[in-house]
Design a protein around this ligand. Structure first.
Ligand SMILES: CC(=O)CC(=O)SCCNC(=O)CCNC(=O)[C@H](O)C(C)(C)COP(=O)(O)OP(=O)(O)OC[C@H]1O[C@@H](n2cnc3c(N)ncnc32)[C@H](O)[C@@H]1OP(=O)(O)O
Ligand SMILES: NC(=O)C1=CN([C@@H]2O[C@H](COP(=O)(O)OP(=O)(O)OC[C@H]3O[C@@H](n4cnc5c(N)ncnc54)[C@H](OP(=O)(O)O)[C@@H]3O)[C@@H](O)[C@H]2O)C=CC1
Length: 292
């Protein structure tokens, strides 16, 4: 079993930059890829900001911040993954995009390299089968925000080798995270439970049972959730929430997973939550303002 030292990360969005951050902070060399220099600049900016916050809180020294940043390189070119030991895919939650990425990635990888997907919901068996190495492929599902959340769900596809699972599990422990194993069913464990709750919160808004503020306050103060479900949906990204609901609805063929029409409309409007400045809250001012 070869050791993992060089990590590739695909997608510099909120999850990809978080994964690059924690991997580099744990001493791994990281190469981060996205489609444009602009996306890479934004991702690197988020890493710098989150590291600076850790320095400000006295949890990290300036030297450790600098050495973490020095371990992260960026690229738009797949050939830079030639010496990667493990590549973690964290691009948009869309099966067609992920398949396209694996088609570009596999030919440049060394034969012994592993691939993991940070997908929130899509079949690991199906994604693995679209690569040239289903035995060396598995699900590695980090939680948002990655530098803060302890859990990583580990998902074997039907073809995943035991060696792959052990190696990735060991890597999760090296990142200081807690692994939990989930079977390859739509949306695994966390999102099988969390997303129907978020979808139900959107129905609660849609049917006029409560306002954005009352729904979020109710769950924060009534169930001790750190964020209300609509605030959390905006934080995850409404496009990602809808994609997960579609996977649950299609994959489990049960009407209880029907995406709320209001969630569909918000995504169609481009109101994707924090990342676009508007979702159930408007983020363009100093403080988030509920929109309904
Ligand atoms: C969709 C999927 O596929 C799976 C998922 O990820 S589902 C989403 C799972 N995540 C959640 O449920 C998050 C729920 N929310 C929370 O736990 C909290 O609101 C929170 C941790 C995000 C912020 O907590 P808070 O008390 O409001 O903020 P604050 O005190 O400022 O920050 C707490 C810590 O988080 C850090 N932090 C906050 N936001 C952050 C961000 N976006 N990125 C990095 N770090 C962040 C802060 O630096 C702070 O770190 P320390 O404890 O080391 O000092
Ligand atoms: N949001 C969350 O809370 C969580 C999300 N996940 C999963 O992580 C993955 C990423 O989600 P998240 O970071 O939130 O999404 P974001 O929208 O923040 O980021 C996605 C990134 O992928 C990039 N991208 C799109 N297409 C390609 C491509 N063909 N090649 C390379 N990069 C590409 C996007 O670039 P551009 O902007 O230029 O399109 C963007 O930078 C998804 O699979 C999601 O389900 C897992 C756990 C939690």
């Amino acid at each position: 079993m070869s050791a993992i030292q060089k990590i590739g990360v695909i997608g510099a969005g909120q999850m990809g930059n978080g994964i690059a951050h924690v991997a580099a902070a744990s001493g791994f060399d990281v190469i981060l890829l996205d489609v444009s220099d602009e996306a890479l600049k934004k991702g690197l900016g988020a890493i710098e900001k989150n590291l600076a916050r850790q320095v400000q809180k006295g949890k990290l020294s300036e030297e450790d911040k600098a050495s973490t940043l020095s371990r992260i390189k960026t690229t738009t070119n797949y050939s830079d993954f030639g010496d990667s030991d493990l590549v973690i895919e964290a691009a948009t939650e869309d099966e067609a995009i992920k398949r396209k990425i694996f088609n570009l990635l596999c030919p440049v990888l060394k034969p012994e390299a592993y691939i993991a997907s940070n997908t929130s919901s899509i079949s690991i068996t199906r994604l693995g089968a679209s690569t040239d190495r289903p035995g060396k492929f598995m699900g590695m599902h980090f939680m948002n925000p990655v530098p803060v959340m302890q859990l990583v769900e580990l998902i074997r596809g039907i073809a995943t080798d035991e060696e792959t699972f052990s190696l990735v599990r060991e890597m999760v422990l090296k990142l200081g995270k807690k692994p939990v194993s989930a079977e390859d069913f739509p949306a695994f464990i966390v999102n099988r439970i969390l997303l129907p709750m978020i979808n139900e919160a959107v129905y609660t808004l849609y049917e006029g049972v409560g306002s954005v503020e009352s729904i979020d306050t109710a769950l924060k103060l009534g169930a001790n959730h750190p964020m209300g479900p609509l605030e959390l949906a905006d934080f995850i990204g409404l496009d990602t929430c809808l994609a997960i609901m579609h996977v649950l609805h299609d994959g489990l063929a049960d009407t209880k997973y029907r995406p709320c029409p209001l969630l569909v409309k918000y995504v169609e409007a481009g109101w994707l939550g924090r990342k676009t400045g508007r979702g159930f809250y408007d983020y363009t001012g100093e403080k988030p303002v509920p929109t309904r």
